[in-house]
Design a protein. Structure first.
Length: 94
């Protein structure tokens, strides 16, 4: 007694064979695209990291400039007071 394979099973086997032939191409395409996206993400992360470092440096520089500005105003005030004192002393001892 010989059993015959049902036609639906033959068609299913044919479709699975076609899929198995196409699958490597799809896998390669997917791997290429994932790698491309990963490279872009890494590049964006590196850029963001560099920008954060620049921002920290700018904040440090801004603090130094403000500190220097305060010291200059103190020096300016001191010089103004000194010249005012010298003016008063000059008038007193003329």
């Amino acid at each position: 007694m010989s059993e015959q394979i049902p036609s639906w099973a033959v068609e299913l086997t044919r479709q699975v064979t076609i899929l198995n032939e196409r699958l490597p191409t799809h896998v390669e395409w997917t791997e290429r695209n994932i790698k491309d996206h990963e490279l872009r993400i890494r590049a964006n992360e590196a850029t963001l990291n560099a920008m954060n470092k620049v921002e920290v440096r700018i904040d440090e520089l801004d603090k130094r400039v403000r500190d220097t500005e305060k010291k200059l105003w103190i020096a300016y005030g001191s010089l103004t007071a000194l010249f005012a004192l010298l003016e008063v002393l000059t008038r007193l001892f003329k």
